[in-house]
Design a protein around this ligand. Sequence first.
Ligand SMILES: O=C(O)[C@@H](CO)OP(=O)(O)O
Length: 204
Amino acid sequence: MTTRHLYLARHGAADAFGELTGIGHRQASLLGERLADVPVDAVWHSPLPRAVASARELARHLPNAPVTEAAELVDHVPYVPGPAETPPSWAGFFDGYDDAEAASGRRLAEALVARFAKAPGTTVEETRRDTHEVLVTHAYQIAWLVRHALDAPPARWLGLNSANTALTVIEYRDGLPPTIVMFNDMSHLPPDLRWTGFPEGMRP
Ligand SMILES: O=C(O)[C@@H](CO)OP(=O)(O)O
C-alpha cells in the first residue's frame, strides 16, 4: 500500500502588504533545509506573493522538485459557521459575511480536499511508490485539511492556527483514515523565529 505524504506549511512572516519579510525568507530557508532529505516530488504553492516567495526560497534546498502554483491553496475562508457554531471571539469576523464570498470559499475548500487530501491514485506509477508533496499555503487552509483529516464538523477549523513555516504532516492511505503525523511543528526554527503569525498573547 502506498502513502501520500503531505507537508503543509504556512508561508513565512509577511509585512502589512502581504510580502515576505527578511524573517520570512530565513524561516522558509530553514524549512527547506529541514525537508532537504525528504524525496520531495513536488512543491505546490498558493498564488499569493508571500506563498510564492516562500516556496521559491525553500525549494532552493530541493533542487529536483518542480515548484508549481495551485489555485486551491489561495487564502480563503473554507466554511462560514452558523450563529450557534460561532465562538464569541469570532463573531465580529463573520458579522455580515457576504453569502457569495462564503459560497466561493466553500467551493475552493472542497476543491482543495478533492485535489490533495487523498491516497495516491491507481496508475502503475502511483501504486509503485509513496509520494511526497510540500504545500505552501495559509493558516486557514492548513486548519481545513487538519479538520478534514480528523473528520471533525466543518466549524472545527476555527482556532487551529499555524505559525509561519511551521510544519504539519498528514499521510493518506487507501481505505484508512488520514494520519496526522505532526501539527504546527517549529523545531527547525530558532526560538526568535518561532510563533510569528500568532497573536502576541498566544505565544507559549
Ligand atoms: O490572515 C490569516 O490569519 C491567514 C488566514 O489563512 O492568512 P495568512 O496565513 O496568509 O496569514
